[in-house]
Design a binder for this molecule. Structure first.
Ligand code: FDA
Length: 396
């Protein structure tokens, strides 16, 4: 045997698993197809890495089996993530909504924590190692990978698949885990891009495109859930944190609702303005909350140049509907090239929630994004990747 375990993928889960296994004196070899480990960590949070969220609970995850992650999150908590990085000189700073970023460091430092610690612990990370085949043996696994045109095989008793999900193929993302699962009759929950911008085409396209670059604080909702954060208009549709959040819950053909003024009631604002200065134009009132460009664009639906005192009851009702119940029917999403995560994945019912071992294939473990565990935007996905890496390390 070449190591106690082979880990496929030097992403967030695989790297944490290698370090934690090293603490326990277990020798692993990590195989990574990219030239460098941690590609997605490096680009995460705009290069700053939103590495966890202080308010993480099972509620911020989408999965067919919502209880699955609870055991892993009990074994490795947000506090564990915070102290782990503190040990290596990375202090967390909350940006917003519990999202922790390294205070005076960045994503590169986060990756270095893992590469340096793996080196210290004697854990080997082999890069440019593209795993092609896994053979299940009576006493373990044979893993075949290609590196610089050569075919190399390794054997180990335990195997960890932490090869991630489908987003951003040009950064090394593969369907390796899903293909392996399919071949071995493990159920897969249908996958789709998530935390992804939404596109608008057809008759509404021009209206949205004219607002490209403008952002506004909104409540974005569908029948299932709502999020209050910014949305960003782009020349092809909608992006920004609130849109990325709802995209994980959006299904093709569905209409989403934008409340363009979630912390106010436009009818009450009009009423108040009527009492203080009835001559105020509706446009002047709206410009207090929106960019001029957005107010002007809303002129397609609203009598902007009317003084508030002369607005009729019907007009106020219609203004209220436009501002608080602005309906959008996205045409689609920007796909895996722009998605931050994958929804769906290997069915968690195939996996032990306590150990993350595959129930049908003993000594094989799955962690991170390849499983049907999809976090909201805000550091939740890394918390899952770290937690699953830790749990697997205890069991390999
Ligand atoms: P990950 O994708 O990190 O690693 C899998 C590794 O396996 C890759 O390095 C890949 O090259 C390798 N691999 C695949 N197939 C292979 C094969 N056949 N052989 C060898 N290696 C193979 N989350 C968050 O919590 N906070 C944030 O700030 C962000 N920001 C963010 C920005 C962007 C642009 C994206 C795309 C994603 C995020 N995320 C995020 C999500 C986060 O990056 C993601 O959830 C984790 O990286 C998943 O960790 P994994 O280890 O499961 O996969």
């Amino acid at each position: 045997m070449d190591a106690d375990a082979i880990i496929i993928g030097a992403g967030a889960c695989g790297l944490m698993c290698a370090v934690q296994a090293g603490y326990l004196g277990k020798k692993v070899i990590v195989l990574e197809k990219n030239e460098k480990p941690g590609a997605k960590i490096l680009i995460s949070g705009g290069g700053r890495c939103n590495y966890t969220n202080q308010f993480t609970t099972a509620e911020q995850f989408i999965s067919e089996n919502p209880h699955f992650i609870k055991s892993a999150f009990n074994q490795w908590t947000v506090g564990d993530t915070i102290s782990f990085f503190e040990t290596y000189g990375i202090e967390g700073k909350e940006k917003t909504l519990g999202q922790l970023f390294p205070d005076d460091k960045n994503a590169k430092d986060v990756v270095e924590v893992f590469t340096a610690t793996c080196a210290d612990l004697g854990q080997e990370i082999r890069t440019k190692a593209d795993v092609k085949v896994i053979e299940i043996l009576a006493d373990g696994f044979k893993v075949t990978y290609e590196k610089n045109g050569k075919t190399i095989t390794l054997k180990s008793e335990k195997l960890v698949i932490a090869s991630g999900g489908l987003p951003i193929p040009k950064m090394g993302a593969t369907d390796f885990a899903l293909r392996f699962a399919r071949k071995n009759n493990l159920k897969i929950i249908e996958t789709a891009p998530a935390l992804v911008p939404l596109t608008i085409t057809g008759k509404d396209e021009e209206w949205f495109a004219q607002l490209s670059g403008n952002s506004v604080f909104c409540e974005v909702s569908n029948d299932e859930i709502s999020f209050e954060e910014n949305i960003l208009f782009t020349h092809w549709g909608l992006s920004g944190p609130a849109i990325l959040q709802i995209s994980s819950f959006w299904r093709r053909g569905e209409v989403i609702n934008l409340n363009l003024l979630p912390n106010e009631n436009i009818a009450s604002l009009v009423d108040g303005e009527r009492k203080s200065n009835g001559k105020t134009l509706l446009s002047t009132l709206l410009n207090r909350f929106y960019t001029k460009k957005l107010t002007d664009a809303l002129g397609k639906f609203l009598p902007l140049e009317k003084p508030v005192a002369s607005l009729t009851k019907t007009e106020i009702e219609s203004i209220s509907k436009t501002i608080h119940e602005f309906k959008v029917k996205p045409a689609g999403d920007k796909g895996y090239d722009k998605a931050e995560v994958m929804r769906g994945g290997i069915d968690t019912n195939e996996i032990s929630s306590k150990t993350l071992e595959c129930k049908k294939i003993p000594n094989l473990f799955f962690g991170g994004e390849c499983l049907d565990v999809t976090g909201w935007l805000g550091g939740y996905n890394f918390q899952w990747a770290w937690a699953s890496g830790f749990v697997i390390a205890q069991n390999i």
